[in-house]
Design a protein. Structure first.
Length: 333
């Protein structure tokens, strides 16, 4: 079902129930089943999030909830309307993220190699545990962008300094302030275009966030987007949200972003191209020593990562085969 693929089954059902959308009974039934499944998962994630946050707080490890993990509890009228598949946490540093992962292991989580290992290739750790037969994933981040092209656009200390409480969830829960949440949403969308394309749930986040903004908020968006080279990334997301959902973006904001975007090297229209993203990642790194290290980490990851990705194949020949398969996959994009 398209609504499930786009992550908006519960939102679509709300519109059907309210009478905004007419649909056949079989479609309504399908939406109902998907929405109930998501509501059950939302309750599971809520309980597990509270448990994890309390444990990290007791350990003296401040954290922020990111993406849907946070937006569900202040931007949406009911948490289950923002479909989430995992829990995203931001820690103050890589060392803090490593500590958090060790504390999660004490709660029954296991570290997984879901991303290329290396300090330049990934900015998160993945931990998973089974809860009543359902896998719960916690992604522990120490950078906001997820890749070099965006990693330093918003600094972690400024995100913690501007963070807001999420009392609907937990006394230990904090998330990004609305303007930072919007900037993160547009970067996350851009980075995933080459993987899964655009998704309605990401555009709906942008749509709802934009509806909360005052003239002062929009001015902040214009300033920070221009300063951090994010004008074209913001503009692309705002125009997609406007064209798809009718989002009201002030004309002066669109014009200001368009003006700033003309002098930016990063072209949002090309973010669906894997090779373009890697080129921008390379250019985002400060010098050729760092760039060469980044390339090495991408081309020659650890044997453990390759085993997780491509399975066990015997002996030295199997090891070389995994490296060859990995390299060819990166070359093809």
């Amino acid at each position: 079902m398209l609504a499930a693929r786009e992550g908006v089954s519960a939102l679509a059902l709300e519109r059907v129930i309210s009478g905004d959308i007419a649909c056949p009974t079989i479609v309504r039934y399908g939406l109902t089943v998907a929405a109930r499944t998501n509501a059950a998962r939302s309750l599971l994630l809520q309980a597990e999030t509270c448990r994890v946050l309390a444990h990290l707080a007791d350990a003296g490890l401040p954290s922020l909830l990111l993406k849907g993990s946070a937006l569900a509890y202040w931007l949406y009228p009911s948490a289950h309307l923002r479909e989430c598949v995992d829990i995203d946490l931001l820690l103050a540093s890589q060392a803090a993220a490593e500590q958090a992962a060790r504390h999660l292991e004490a709660l029954g989580y296991e570290r997984q190699m879901r991303a290329l290992p290396g300090d330049l290739t990934t900015y998160e750790l993945t931990c998973i545990r089974q809860v009543a037969g359902v896998p719960v994933e916690v992604d522990v981040h120490w950078g906001i962008g997820g890749a070099p092209v965006y990693a330093s656009r918003l600094e972690v200390p400024e995100l913690f300094a501007g963070s807001v409480l999420l009392p609907r969830l937990s006394p230990f829960a904090r998330g990004l302030k609305p303007a930072h949440a919007l900037m993160h949403a547009v970067m996350h969308r851009a980075l995933n275009l080459h993987l899964v394309g655009d998704r309605l749930k990401w555009l709906h986040d942008v749509h709802l966030l934009a509806g909360h903004f005052s003239a002062v908020d929009w001015q902040f968006i214009l300033e920070i987007a221009g300063e951090r080279g994010l004008a074209d990334t913001c503009l692309a997301a705002f125009e997609a949200s406007r064209d798809t959902l009718g989002t009201g973006i002030p004309t002066d904001v669109i014009e200001g972003l368009a003006t700033a975007a003309r002098t930016e090297p990063l072209q949002a229209a090309r973010m669906s191209q894997w090779r373009y993203i890697q080129w921008r990642n390379l250019r985002a790194l400060p010098n050729w020593c760092t760039r060469l290290r980044w390339m090495w980490q991408r081309i020659m990851p650890s044997p453990g990562y390759l085993q997780d990705m491509y399975g066990e194949q015997g002996g030295r020949a199997g090891s070389w085969w995994r490296y060859l398969r990995h390299g060819l996959g990166k070359f093809r994009g």
